[in-house]
Design a protein around this ligand. Structure first.
Ligand SMILES: [Cu+2]
Length: 385
């Protein structure tokens, strides 16, 4: 039962039916709202609230699928604290695992906070800010219960767990709902302060794809988050590309594909800077789902691009056929704001031949093999079955 509803129920019966406008109740509502906002602003109500809001969005009768997600502390990157989400604690990474949903699907995600309280305390910007991690998502539907914020009380203290419900609302011609298919992302909204700024910059973020039935499935998906300090997935320069020449392992710092594979990028803007996402040798249809249109592949109304602007909080997707027409090679992927790419915001999409080999003569252009050790598992890459 929400405090708002309590106020309305109490105020209404007390109004005499005089025919005059009933301003008293409205005034009480305003006063109550100011009091409530003040309390919320002070964080006074936040921690203890459970079950005050609807558990699930309209249209989600019960979850179709349940997954477990773990927030853990990872080895430091220099002096920088690193946190990650993982489907298991052992596979946590930054970016976190790619989430995939089908329009119409309702997904329950139980987040387990295994980040030590001392780490969260060291990251917080105010001594009164609560200690916890959360899961906040873009694009799909969720109620206040799953907002992942302090003011809704929807976060997880250290050692605790909480279930978040996401609903990939489908298109509906009758209501005009546009549907939720497309490229989105999820992130913490609590670590450090009320906007999760420290959680985000520590690594608590990941990509989300919502597809429609019948959409072509890519062979592999890479999440690439462009952030502050000219970083791609929080790395820059040589650290953005740790592919080894022999048996490169796809991951957040190793973008690799065979010629002919359909490669999908989930591109996310984190931090405070504007960027552009540019890929050499490939171009893509600039649609919200990566799909051109059913049976009409040659529509000029769909822009074909190889560079796209990315602001903070933005996300979009790109689907390319690796090496199509251009063949194997080390294809650069970078921000096209020149002072960003010059500062290290650049990596490679390594396109191997159909047998998984880099043809002879192309090795001299190899990016930054073995420059750093990968600290994360496979969060940035998702291979489809
Ligand atoms: Cu940039």
């Amino acid at each position: 039962m929400s405090a708002w509803r309590l106020v309305e129920e109490e105020s209404e019966p007390r109004q005499p039916r005089t025919g005059r406008p009933r301003t008293g109740g409205r005034r009480m509502l305003v006063v109550a709202a100011v009091v409530l906002l003040t309390l919320v602003g002070a964080g006074g109500l936040a921690a203890a609230r459970t079950g005050m809001f609807a558990e699930r969005p309209d249209g989600c009768v019960k979850p179709d699928r349940t997954i477990q997600l773990y927030a853990v502390e990872l080895p430091k990157d220099g002096t920088q604290v690193r946190l990650g989400y993982g489907l298991t604690p052992q596979t946590a990474s930054y970016p976190g695992p790619l989430m995939e949903m089908m329009e119409g699907e309702c997904l329950a995600i139980t987040l387990h906070n295994q980040v030590p309280e001392a780490t969260l305390a060291a990251l917080r910007t105010s001594p009164t800010h609560p200690l916890g991690v959360s899961l906040h998502v873009h694009g799909v539907k969720y109620t206040q219960d799953s907002d992942g914020t302090v003011q809704s009380g929807s976060y997880v203290p250290s050692g605790g767990s909480r279930t978040y419900t996401w609903y990939a609302q489908p298109r509906n011609n009758r209501t005009g709902a546009q549907g939720t298919a497309g490229y989105w992302w999820y992130h913490d909204h609590v670590v450090g302060g009320p906007h999760g700024t420290q959680g985000l910059s520590a690594g608590l973020f990941g990509g989300l794809v919502v597809r429609r039935p019948g959409d072509p499935k890519p062979d592999r998906t890479y999440t690439v988050a462009f952030g502050d300090r000219q970083s791609i997935n929080l790395r820059r320069g040589e650290a953005t590309d740790t592919c080894t020449e022999v048996n490169p392992q796809p991951g957040p710092t190793c973008l690799v594909a065979r010629k002919g594979e359909r490669v999908e990028f989930v591109v996310v803007g984190i931090g405070n800077d504007m960027h552009t996402f540019h890929l050499h040798g490939h171009s893509w249809a600039d649609t919200r789902t990566g799909v051109v249109s059913n049976g009409q592949p040659f529509a000029d109304s769909v822009p074909i691009i190889d560079n796209k602007t990315l602001g903070p909080g933005d996300s979009f997707g790109a689907q390319v056929v690796a090496g199509d027409s251009v063949g194997p090679g080390h294809w650069m992927l970078h921000c096209h704001m020149q002072f960003h790419s010059d500062a290290g915001m650049s990596t490679m999409l390594h396109v191997l031949d159909e047998n998984g080999n880099m043809p002879p003569g192309m090795d001299h252009e190899h990016g930054a093999a073995g420059a750093t050790s990968a600290t994360a598992a496979d969060g940035g890459e998702h291979q489809h079955d």
